[in-house]
Design a protein around this ligand. Structure first.
Ligand code: HEM
Length: 201
């Protein structure tokens, strides 16, 4: 019922970013574009992870209907973020100048890039198997296990952000996101053990 609103809210940051870059290119428009798509990827991953605890806390089960859409938008922003980095860093001077070895070296040796790439790659099977057909094919149990990859994505994404900005004095934002991920994951662990204890009674 609220899906059109979720669509509008998820697309709004991108529309606003394109509009503001068009209005004022700023000092470094590529950096602004990459950083903004990166932060929105992270925010949408956090919202996706927050849906299950929010459902448990509020009892509003319909929230689950929006998890897939928001997760796919996180993947959409991550793809734009990744493509921007590849195109603006390794296609400098035109498409015939693609620096494949430079890209391979970056993806495997620079710690913050390795962490970001890990987070992104792990989102691919999640996006592919997000359909009802795949849930049927895999079965609920396997599907749930596979989709726990989102926890590793979230941790790798925070690490990526932390390493990217840790050259600055106090990386406050990455720390806050790290705390948020820790709370969201701790909640699941607590729920798991609480359920087990209840079933043993
Ligand atoms: C889930 C996946 C990812 C998330 C959540 C994410 C998040 C972020 C965030 C929050 C920033 C902003 C840092 C700041 O404000 O200073 C950022 C920057 C950056 N990310 Fe990612 N990222 C992801 C994947 C990737 C991948 C796959 C790559 C490339 C292989 C990448 C390359 C970069 C680069 C190069 C920057 C710095 C941009 C600049 O300063 O010009 N990221 N990312």
């Amino acid at each position: 019922m609220f899906k059109p609103i979720v669509w509008v809210l998820c697309l709004a940051p991108l529309v606003y970013l394109i509009y503001s870059l068009y209005q004022d290119l700023g000092v470094n428009p590529i950096e602004t574009f990459t950083n903004t798509t990166g932060i929105w990827t992270l925010r949408l991953i956090m919202i996706t992870l927050a849906i299950t605890p929010l459902r448990w806390l509020t009892g509003i089960n319909q929230l689950v209907n929006y998890r897939r859409l928001i997760g796919l938008f996180a993947f959409f922003y991550a793809s734009i973020h990744f493509i921007t980095y590849v195109v603006t860093t390794f296609f400098v001077g035109g498409f015939s100048n693609f620096d494949a070895s430079g890209l391979a070296a970056d993806l495997t040796t620079r710690p913050y890039i390795v962490a970001g790439f890990t987070a992104f790659v792990l989102m691919i099977p999640l996006a592919i198997t997000s359909t009802a057909g795949w849930i049927r094919r895999l079965g609920g149990k396997k599907w749930n296990w596979l989709h726990r990859l989102i926890y590793i994505t979230a941790m790798a994404a925070v690490l990526h952000y932390y390493w990217k900005v840790s050259i600055k004095l106090v990386p406050v934002n990455p720390r806050n996101y790290a705390i948020l991920v820790a709370i969201l994951l701790a909640f699941r662990i607590w729920r798991h053990f609480a359920k087990r204890a209840a079933s043993e009674v």
